[in-house]
Design a protein around this ligand. Structure first.
Ligand SMILES: [Zn+2]
Length: 287
């Protein structure tokens, strides 16, 4: 099954070395959200694809109309934090407060319960042993924050990859986990179905790797398609490559991806999956 998601954040919400200070950026740079998100929504509508949109609360608060349009178009809405700061740079109580703010803000806008979460920059690791229990305490039962890769700046797990949805047992309560799939290549694991990785690899490669998989979680941001995007001051050469490479052709690649595969969102997939057949992992395996 091929799943698709978007992280609704600003083009400047990039977790570089200043990653734990992104809340200040909202006042510094102009938003392009109202220009870029409708183009994406129009394309999804044309292709009849329903997505899961993980929304940053502080962005939603500023642009509730965009969140309402996402909801009206029949997409699922989840939380992508309130300030878009790495979970692994926060204490448990800071994380809980940020999560609560984002849930309250999104629920106020949509009038619907939020029960899905994705951490900014997939910033969950052994540094965040309280992550899953904090999700459960705040009514989240579905997560898409785990990447089995050690190449990320703020998160990731070195364990052997589980490239399918699985349950996480948190002292008898359960989180449905939709990990970001990885592909092994010369003893390295890498992501191929979203963000900078999707922009970097030629489309024929992404297509080939996707065809061969039972489960894919694609993920995008509007900045992946935002042409003539300003380069953030202080961005290192390597970050420049990761953040801005391939933007000019990314939207047509994205449209090909939608045409070539039948994508669905987490809530529609959840109605079809029999969780009794999926693996259950004790949360202590992630400590
Ligand atoms: Zn993000």
């Amino acid at each position: 099954m091929k799943l698709i998601s978007f992280d609704v954040e600003e083009w400047f919400h990039i977790l570089n070395k200043n990653g734990n200070h992104t809340r200040k950026l909202m006042d510094l740079y102009p938003s392009k959200l109202e220009n870029e998100i409708p183009k994406i929504l129009d394309t999804l509508e044309m292709q009849k694809v329903k997505c899961t949109f993980f929304c940053v609360g502080s962005v939603a608060k500023k642009f509730p109309r965009i969140i309402k349009r996402i909801q009206k178009d029949g997409h699922q809405i989840g939380s992508h934090s309130y300030y878009h700061e790495p979970v692994s740079c926060q204490t448990q109580s800071e994380f809980a407060a940020d999560l609560r703010l984002s849930i309250d803000c999104l629920e106020q806008i949509t009038g619907e319960k939020v029960h899905c979460y994705r951490a900014p920059g997939f910033s969950v690791s052994t540094l965040t042993p309280w992550f899953f229990e904090t999700l459960i305490e705040n009514g989240i039962d579905t997560d898409s924050s785990i990447v089995f890769s050690s190449n990320l700046k703020y998160g990731g797990f070195k364990k052997e990859a589980i490239n399918e949805p699985f349950l996480i047992d948190v002292n008898g309560a359960f989180i449905k986990e939709y990990p970001i799939p990885t592909k092994r290549f010369f003893h390295k694991k890498f992501i191929y179905s979203g963000g900078g990785y999707f922009r970097f690899f030629p489309y024929q490669f992404v297509k080939k790797w996707t065809i061969g998989k039972n489960y894919v979680m694609a993920y995008f941001h509007y900045r992946d398609f935002y042409i003539n995007q300003p380069i953030l001051p202080g961005t290192s050469a390597i970050d420049k490559f990761y953040i801005y490479y391939g933007i000019t052709s990314a939207f047509s690649k994205f449209k090909n991806y939608l045409e070539d595969f039948a994508f669905t969102n987490i809530s529609d997939f959840d109605k079809k999956i029999n969780w009794n057949n999926q693996r259950t992992i004790n949360f202590q395996a992630f400590l």
